[in-house]
Design a protein around this ligand. Structure first.
Ligand SMILES: *[C@@H]1O[C@H](CO)[C@@H](O)[C@H](O)[C@H]1NC(C)=O
Ligand SMILES: *[C@@H]1O[C@H](CO)[C@@H](O)[C@H](O)[C@H]1NC(C)=O
Ligand SMILES: *[C@@H]1O[C@H](CO)[C@@H](O)[C@H](O)[C@H]1NC(C)=O
Ligand SMILES: *[C@@H]1O[C@H](CO)[C@@H](O)[C@H](O)[C@H]1NC(C)=O
Ligand SMILES: *[C@@H]1O[C@H](CO)[C@@H](O)[C@H](O)[C@H]1NC(C)=O
Length: 351
């Protein structure tokens, strides 16, 4: 189970690198049309590398608008420009695009022509970070795998915008203006393959609901979350990486066994208002509890006792916690002996 989770995580990272222009090396140089296009159609001011004929580099060029993109292009770099709109005419022939980086531009939601994104039938990665968007752009192409919209001013999520994105694995909305009301009850329905959801640095007071069942990584740092509903993680049975640093969680907001779940590997609760260490599961490997109000921890009380029966050659019996952060609390070193007795695999404790 753990290995499976870690593998998916790696796959997510790897696909990011693998499906970048190195793919273009597989390009068939024998195709005379593409070869011809390489030399006749290179938008002014952009770079068309002959070793990557499917890639077009127009980043950092001070462009005010998107040039006409040649039809051969799969990988399009337009980041760090002054582009303020997306128009269908720029992409009229560019129907094969798989990958666009439009981050660090000045694109506002109202300046994205209605169907310009939907027409990218092959689009897998859409990067629109650091623009002027006030809503998630819609409609989006169904085949999308990564959607990165961090550092905009997004407060609106149009109804059903994600409902057909069955292959989306990563949705990054961090550093926007989302509130609890921004999400419809079924906002995430249909995201069957979502692995990572990042809603950090927004203005949420509640945990988002209706999360996709395959979610492995959930990032909610820097919001105003005060409580976690009982059984919250039942709907996300694969959750392994949870970040809730810089929120307003106090003991009363944490139901007794809410974090006592076998899938969780890395739990981050730094900079909250906890006075007690929450009950965790024996499978947990990393725990961040620094900068809370914890005065003492009764190691025998919180010692997980639920990993004893399993046999795994990689892990000796007992709780698997390896890394624990406790600094910035109201307790002084040394580390309580009963913690060390309970968590025998602990390698790093910061206190
Ligand atoms: C699109 O391609 C056609 C055929 O190759 C060409 O005639 C036309 O000028 C192109 N349109 C744009 C906007 O580049
Ligand atoms: C996309 O553009 C952003 C902004 O310049 C840059 O930081 C990022 O590395 C780019 N990502 C890729 C994968 O090209
Ligand atoms: C999702 O990915 C699968 C496998 O690559 C593909 O067959 C399917 O068409 C994709 N779905 C969409 C909506 O593009
Ligand atoms: C954690 O949950 C398991 C059941 O999944 C239970 O046996 C165990 O007592 C719980 N741990 C604590 C410390 O309550
Ligand atoms: C820790 O909890 C156990 C079990 O409830 C109790 O017997 C023990 O006295 C507690 N230890 C301290 C130091 O409070």
């Amino acid at each position: 189970m753990d290995t499976q989770v870690v593998c998916r995580f790696l796959v997510l990272i790897l696909t990011f690198f693998i499906s970048t222009p190195s793919d273009a090396q597989n390009f068939d140089y024998a195709d005379p049309e593409i070869y011809h296009s390489l030399y006749t159609e290179c938008p002014k001011g952009c770079i068309c590398p002959s070793q990557f004929p499917r890639a077009l580099y127009c980043d950092n060029k001070g462009l005010k608008e998107v040039p006409v993109i040649p039809s051969r292009i799969w990988y399009l770099y337009l980041h760090n420009n002054e582009i303020d709109s997306l128009k269908e005419k720029s992409f009229a022939n560019a129907t094969e695009i798989k990958w666009i980086n439009l981050s660090k531009n000045k694109i506002s939601s109202k300046n994205i022509e209605k169907n310009v994104l939907k027409k990218f039938k092959n689009l897998l990665y859409l990067l629109l970070e650091e623009n002027d968007l006030d809503g998630v752009p819609a409609p989006l192409p169904d085949g999308l795998e990564q959607l990165r919209l961090a550092r905009n001013k997004i407060s609106k999520i149009p109804e059903g915008v994600f409902s057909k994105l069955e292959n989306l694995t990563l949705l990054d909305l961090h550093n926007n203006k989302l509130t609890d009301g921004s999400f419809q009850a079924d906002a995430f329905a249909g995201l069957k393959n979502l692995v990572q959801l990042n809603v950090a640095r927004n203005s949420l007071k509640k945990m988002p609901t209706g999360l996709p069942a395959n979610t492995v990584q959930l990032y909610l740092d820097n919001n105003n979350i005060e409580e976690i509903p009982k059984n919250y993680f039942k709907e996300v049975p694969k959750i392994a990486f949870l970040r809730l640093n810089y929120n307003k969680l106090a003991d009363a907001g944490i139901p007794e066994n809410v974090f006592n779940i076998t899938s969780m590997l890395d739990l981050q609760l730094s900079y909250n208002e906890l006075k007690n260490m929450p009950v965790v599961n024996g499978h947990l490997e990393r725990l961040h509890l620094d900068h809370n109000k914890i005065k003492n921890i009764n190691g025998s009380l919180i010692c997980p006792n639920d990993v004893k029966e399993e046999f795994d050659p990689h892990f000796p019996q007992g709780p698997r916690l390896r890394y624990l952060r406790l600094e910035g609390n109201e307790m002084k070193p040394p580390i309580p002996l009963d913690i060390m007795i309970c968590f025998r695999l602990l390698r790093t404790v910061v206190i």
